[in-house]
Structure formats: C-alpha cells, structure tokens
Design a protein around this ligand. Structure first.
Ligand SMILES: *Cc1c(COP(=O)(O)O)cnc(C)c1O
Length: 495
C-alpha cells in the first residue's frame, strides 16, 4: 500500500510515511485507498486477542512489514498494559458502553499507539535503508509527551525531545514528564500554549535549513505526534476490537451499527474511528466532543473553521487545542481527495485564520459527525451525576464525551443504536478535578487527591502514577516559543 500527501506532493511506502512523519509539502500522509475488512474477516477476528486484532488491522496498511514480527511487536506492546486486556469494554447500561483505553504505562489512550510506534518507526527506517539516527520532536498538550517518552526511552538509534506549554498541562502530567528516565530523552517547557508549540515544531520539520544542518550532524527528524500515520494506525484497531467485543458478548449482531463518542483535541482519535468505518466496520454516527474550546463543534454545525477566538485553559487540558491537525486528513476525504482544495483551505487557515466549506462538503461532514461541547461546569456535573448513578468514576476528558452522548440521545430519541464512549484517561491522572467533581473536596496535593479518590471510588490506583511520588525531577528547562531549535541543538550536541 502506498501513501500520498493531502497536499498532493508525494507518494511513498508506509514505512517511509512513518519514518518521515510528515510530507515534505507540509501535508499529512494518507493511504492511497482504504483497505477493506470483509464480514468474513470480521468473523475471523472474533476469536483473536487484542494484539492479534491490532496486527491484523495494521497489516492491512503496512503490508511491507513482516506479519509475524508485527504481531510479536503488538504482543510485546500490549503486554505492558495493566489488567490483561489492553482495551476493555465496560458495559454501563443497556446500549451504553465505555471503552477504557487508559490501562497503559502512562494512563492515557496515547499509550495504545506509542507503545507500538518505536517498533513501527525503527522497522520503517530499516525498510527504507535509513542509516542516520532518528530525532523525534514532540509537541504535547500533556499526554502524548509522556507516552512518547516512555515508549521511546533508551530505544536504540533514536533520540526524543518533548515540548509542552509551561502553564498548559496538569500537575500530574508535568511531573510525569519532568521525572522521565532514559539516556536518549529531553523535555523542555515552552512559555506559550499548545498551538504555538505545535506550530514551532512543525516549522522545524518543514525548514530545509534545519533539516540540512541536522542531517550533517547525522540525524533525520521524525514525529510521534498524531500527524504521523504510525500513531493513527494502531488507533484504528481498538474500534474494531470494541465492536467485536460487543458482538462476542451478544450485545449486538454482526453488522448492526454502533455509534462512538470521542473526546477530541487534535482529531486523531476520532479520525481513526472514521478510518475504521471506511474499512467496512459498521460504525454509525461519530460523536465529536469538545470542551470549552469548541472550534470543532462550531465547524460541524456551520462548516466554518475559525481559529480567531479566545483560547481557554480547561480541566481537560489534552483537548485545549484550536488547530486540530488531523482534520486535514478528513478534509481530504470530504473534498473528494482534491489535494489542491486542501492546500488552499490550509493556506486560508494559516493566512486568514479561517476557512469555510461549501454546502455539499458541510453536508458530508454533518452526515458523519455529531458535534457538541462540554463547558467546565458541565464537566463537573457529568462526572458527579454519572458517579452517583453508576458508581463509575470518569476523567475530565471522558466526561466531555459522555456529555455529548447525553445531548445526542436527548435530541435523537428514536435512535436506539448502542453508543460506545471512548475513555481516554484514567481518572487518577486528573485526581484533584475528579475528586472535586465527585465529593466537592478541593485537594491541593495530587497524591493526597489520589488517595482520597481511591477511598471514595474503590477504583484501583495505577501503579505508575503512585510510583511517581518517589521520583526525582530531571528536566527543568523553559524556553520561548521562537527558541526551540537552539534547544534541539543543545540536546544533540550534548555528549
Ligand atoms: C490526546 C487526548 C485527547 C484528544 O485526542 P486527539 O486524538 O488529539 O483528538 C483526549 N483525551 C485525552 C486524555 C488525551 O490525552
């Protein structure tokens, strides 16, 4: 299978697309066509475990990777998850399920892809004959950074550097990153927000001069952000797995549509659901949930993407994003794969701060997606009410998706299709906010909040979060947003 750029400039193998991360024309790599999964194949997947399902889905795209090695890598990646099942589906009520994607090493759904990406990237580089060291630059709103650091720590031939907004991540996220172990890692806080971090990193990626200088020093750049297809591909697998779990537990018949509600920031997770649908999985509506930064909700309602608006810091920081990179991949499909049209929309976004879809394009988006957003008060209320009713504690991001599920159901009473709410983080990753929502107690110390939350909910505390308390801080650097490249040089020149 070949991959093409959403802006038309490139056609490469999957291995190259992953090794490179982003296309040279600034576009994102997308598959030349969507590989189909037949109903016979879906049936065959019923008896597979999670790692086998993941390998099966991945190999549809990455057919030049050795199947057995890929399966071995999936098994190794998902064996790191607590509890035996990497992506358990929890039944809450009739027709309402939660897909828990937070049992990995860093307690957020990013682990689903980032435990596997080192293998995909290393093998991708080997398949392309890349001899240089790989330097991974990551811009993070909190969870990607930690998951990438953990995934890539001490990976041979790879160095990783993470940039996060200094005041834009939770205490727990900051602590997770600043205490990271590994000889090949570096973490820098940026005096700005996530969008600026992402833009600054993208500037390094597309700057010819930077690339040349780094190559002379023996490095090629790659990305662990969800612009890399290697991030997206493993995410497609859990939509298949959740659907198959519904079938094998007799909740639905094979072929019945299922809606997915996804807390959305950079549009990577929900895009993977769309890809699953395009591969033939019976996905119904995609419920795109935002927080107070509701640019995607507006986009789905009006067809206008306008980033000229206030940026809010919320209690769901991994969704505090105004420029959702992966939306470009959806636009490519919505525009009938017209790379010229995508380039022009992206140029308008960059130069004017907004773009508008045509009527037909807007209708196509609305056919696929339902959009709603959840404000700060509603986040607290949703967590509280859900816990009261079902004794199930949710994190602040998942709460946004649950809220959107509630409004969708209230507005579409006749639609009885089951909804799977995608849970993207452990409530223990945001313990103060969840504790406040459930009990009204405002606890300043994260570890105290974890302890109290455990008493209040009886939900098991993830080992990796409780261990954090005893780790020492290794990274304290803070840089201005236009000074990231010098930090990169400092890092790779360090002996
Ligand atoms: C990254 C993240 C999101 C947003 O996912 P996207 O793929 O960027 O849309 C939502 N919730 C949590 C907890 C996250 O870490």
């Amino acid at each position: 299978m070949k991959f093409i750029s959403t802006r038309g400039g490139e056609c490469v193998t999957g291995a190259r697309a992953i090794a490179q991360g982003i296309a040279a024309d600034g576009g994102l790599f997308v598959p030349e066509s969507f590989p189909a999964v037949s109903s016979a194949e879906l049936e065959a997947m019923l008896s597979m475990n999670y790692a086998e399902r993941a390998a099966f889905v991945l190999h549809k795209y990455l057919d030049e990777y050795d199947y057995d090695a890929l399966k071995g890598a999936c098994e190794k990646a998902y064996a790191q998850f607590e509890g035996g099942d990497a992506a358990p589906l929890v039944k809450i009520d009739h027709g309402l399920y939660i897909l828990e994607l937070f049992h990995g090493p860093t307690c957020a759904f990013k682990d689903m892809a980032l435990t596997l990406l080192p293998y995909l990237l290393r093998t991708g580089c080997d398949l392309c004959g890349v001899k240089e060291q790989v330097l991974i630059l990551v811009a993070t709103s909190g969870d990607t950074g930690k998951a990438a650091l953990e995934g890539f720590k001490d990976a041979p031939g790879i160095k990783i550097m993470v940039f996060y907004p200094n005041d834009g991540v939770s205490k727990m996220q900051k602590l997770q990153m600043s205490t990271q172990e590994g000889e090949n890692v570096n973490v820098v806080a940026v005096r700005s927000n996530f969008d600026d971090c992402q833009t600054a990193v993208k500037t390094i990626f597309t700057g010819e001069q930077y690339k040349k200088e780094l190559l002379e020093k023996g490095y090629i750049l790659s990305s662990a952000n969800s612009i890399n297809f290697g991030r997206l591909a493993p995410q497609i697998a859990y939509y298949f797995s959740a659907y198959l779990d519904l079938v094998s537990s007799d909740q639905i018949e094979l072929g019945e549509p299922v809606h997915f509600a996804v807390p959305t920031g950079n549009f990577g997770n929900i895009l993977a659901a769309y890809y699953a649908k395009r591969m033939g999985l019976p996905v119904g509506k995609l419920l795109c949930a935002s927080n107070k930064n509701n640019i995607l909700t507006d986009f789905i309602h009006t067809g206008v993407y306008d980033k000229r608006r206030e940026f809010y810091k919320t209690m769901s920081p991994s969704m505090d994003i105004l420029i959702s990179s992966n939306l470009e991949r959806l636009l490519f499909e919505i525009c009938g794969r017209d790379a010229g049209r995508v380039s022009s929309l992206m140029r308008q976004l960059k130069e004017e701060g907004s773009y508008s879809l045509g009527e037909e394009e807007k209708a196509a988006v609305q056919e696929l997606f339902y959009g709603d957003f959840c404000g700060e008060d509603e986040t607290v209320e949703t967590i509280y009410e859900f816990f009261e009713e079902y004794q199930y504690p949710m994190d602040t991001h998942t709460a946004c998706a649950m809220y959107a599920t509630d409004t969708y159901r209230a507005r579409h009473e006749k639609d009885k299709a089951p909804v799977v709410v995608v849970s993207t983080a452990s409530p223990y990753k945001f313990p103060q906010d969840v504790m406040y929502a459930i009990t009204g107690n405002d606890i300043k110390d994260s570890f105290k909040a974890i302890k109290h939350l455990n008493i209040a909910t009886a939900m098991q505390v993830p080992k990796n979060l409780s261990k954090l308390r005893d780790k020492s801080v290794r990274f304290t650097a803070v840089a201005d947003k236009d000074k990231l490249y010098p930090e990169v040089l400092k890092f790779i020149d360090r002996k």
